[in-house]
Design a protein around this ligand. Structure first.
Ligand SMILES: NC(=[NH2+])NCCC[C@H](N)C(=O)O
Ligand SMILES: [Mn+2]
Ligand SMILES: [Mn+2]
Length: 319
């Protein structure tokens, strides 16, 4: 592959919006809501500006009243906090949509991975022809019928695809069914639930696990994944990056760590290779949870990895 002569084809004037999504309601462990403030304190904005980007900030959950939700019983069958997740991701959806509609590259910093309900829906509103590259140890494609944890950060893909849609909590029915199975590829999988494996097989979804990374090497895996979802390299690519794809050695401060993950270099290579296509259209960096660090080094490593992913995606190393 050659370096695109049109880097960032969808945002040629290199302007971006950093959207803070300090949200933890898609899972049970407090602390992931502090991810955005740590990434910003690590100079995310000025680091991206020094790469030639014009950066604005948005904070769609600024006035969000979390207290209100603790007063109500927010469960639907086995799904935890559907109203909270619905309302928060709807605000993120509008922020991402508005950024993309005003030609600002949306980079959303989480927060748990349920926020991708809003980010993917927002990007696909502007670019319905997009494809989604999901970097994660997990498939996050449980439906309300298959989830055993009830945590909605394990379900965003199924809502975006409309899988088992009759089972949805009423609040989540607004989510546009914008994603088709041929438009998503995974890299980094190693902790996939049985119900999820069945879905991945039945829908013939491009799923590259750590086994494939070892077998073919990271470059081949990225190229294979992109060829499946973007065969002519003309579609916008949404890169949704769960930092737990990277091995806990490098990214210890995350809610659902799984050993045997990507090396830090493999993880960064993915962001570089997607940037190199010229078609990167949105980025999420999720599941940074500074509260789960055992010491300061853990925080520095995890936040530093998130920052490095963003810089690679924004052209630090190649473009
Ligand atoms: N975004 C994440 N870290 N998701 C972890 C999901 C874990 C498990 N598959 C579940 O559904 O509960
Ligand atoms: Mn995830
Ligand atoms: Mn994960």
């Amino acid at each position: 592959m050659t370096v695109s002569d049109m880097p960032y084809k969808f945002y040629p004037n290199k302007s971006a919006t950093i959207i803070s999504a300090p949200f933890s309601g898609g899972q049970d462990k407090p602390g992931v809501e502090h991810g955005p403030s740590h990434l910003l304190a690590a100079n995310l904005q000025s680091e991206l500006e020094s790469l030639g980007w014009d950066i604005s900030l948005d904070d769609p959950l600024k006035n969000f009243d979390y207290q209100e939700y603790s007063k109500i019983k927010d469960v639907y069958k086995n799904c935890k906090k559907p109203k909270l997740v619905s309302d928060a991701t709807n605000k993120i959806y509008n922020s991402v949509k508005n950024a993309a509609l005003s030609n600002n590259f949306p980079i959303t910093i989480g927060g748990d991975h349920s926020i991708a309900i809003g980010t993917v829906a927002g990007v696909f509103h502007k670019y319905p022809d997009s494809c989604l590259l999901w970097i994660d140890a997990h498939a996050d494609i449980n439906t309300p019928l298959t989830t055993s944890s009830g945590n909605l950060h394990g379900c965003p893909i199924s809502f975006l695809m409309g899988l088992d849609s009759h089972s949805y909590p009423p609040h989540l029915k607004w989510i546009p069914k914008c994603l088709s199975p041929g438009r998503i590829a995974y890299i980094g999988l190693r902790d996939v639930d049985d119900g999820e494996k069945k879905i991945l097989r039945e829908l013939n979804i491009a799923a590259y696990s750590m086994y494939h990374v070892d077998k073919y090497g990271i470059n081949n895996v990225v190229q294979m994944a992109l060829r499946k979802i973007n065969p002519h390299n003309d579609r916008p690519i949404h890169l949704s990056y769960d930092v737990d794809a990277i091995d806990p050695l490098y990214v210890p401060a995350t809610g659902t760590p799984v050993r045997g993950g990507l090396t830090l270099r493999e993880g960064l290579f993915i962001a570089e290779a997607v940037a190199e296509t010229g078609n990167l259209a949105a980025l999420d960096i999720v599941e940074v949870n500074p509260s789960l660090a055992r010491n300061d080094v853990n925080v520095i490593d995890t936040v530093g990895a998130g920052l490095a992913i963003a810089k690679c995606a924004f052209g630090d190393t190649i473009v």
